[in-house]
Ligand binder design. Structure first.
Ligand code: MN
Length: 202
């Protein structure tokens, strides 16, 4: 067994005009696929990890041998983070949070507009390549940012929403205009999926 590239639950052009087909095709078919292939290469000979669960691995990096730990952070994070990102969208995306998540955003984060602004600002202001996250930690919603492919699982947080702000996520369509990409991101988030993650994490 080895890790495999997830299938997208929609067509590459399904999120047009917000996220364009060419970006989705390269992002998933080349970048995401590349992380999967390289992770499997690094884990060759480490059958326990190769047959393991990425959430468990990234949550317990102390169990990964020193010699390959940084590569597992980079490549395992590259796989997990993109799995979460790509499975956050649908053709029914956009709008506002629903269910228990909507209530928690209101009571813990001051409402959706405030939360959206913080998540967007964190994405836009992150220097270099990384991610803006909404996570659950000890039952509460928390914001996080990470550089490179670092994953909040390694800090004891359970991610439920993430914005990929590596240039490969937006450059073909938006060039340097990261804020415009972040605006487009909100148009395709499927809040029923994010609410399911919230209820599972809480
Ligand atoms: Mn990416």
């Amino acid at each position: 067994m080895a890790f495999t590239l997830m299938d997208l639950p929609y067509a590459y052009d399904a999120l047009e005009p917000h996220l364009d087909a060419r970006t989705m095709e390269i992002h998933h078919g080349k970048h995401h696929a590349g992380y999967v292939a390289k992770l499997n290469g690094v884990l060759e000979g480490h059958d326990d990890l190769l047959n393991g669960d990425l959430v468990d691995i990234l949550s317990n990096l102390n169990k990964v041998p020193d010699a390959i730990r940084q590569k597992v952070i980079n490549l395992g994070g590259g796989v997990y983070n993109h799995n979460l990102y790509f499975s956050s969208f649908s053709t029914k995306g956009g709008g506002k949070p629903v269910g228990a998540l909507a209530q928690a955003i209101d009571s813990e984060l001051g409402g959706f507009e405030a939360a959206k602004k913080t998540l967007s600002d964190n994405a836009v202001n992150l220097f270099g390549s990384g991610w803006s996250w909404l996570c659950v930690e000890n039952g509460k919603l928390v914001y996080a940012t990470s550089q490179n492919q670092d994953c909040p699982l390694s800090n004891g947080q359970t991610p439920i929403l993430t914005i990929d702000v590596w240039e490969h996520a937006y450059y073909l369509k938006f060039q340097q205009l990261r804020p415009n990409f972040v605006d487009a991101f909100w148009e395709v988030v499927d809040w029923s999926i994010i609410n399911d993650r919230y209820e599972a994490a809480k």
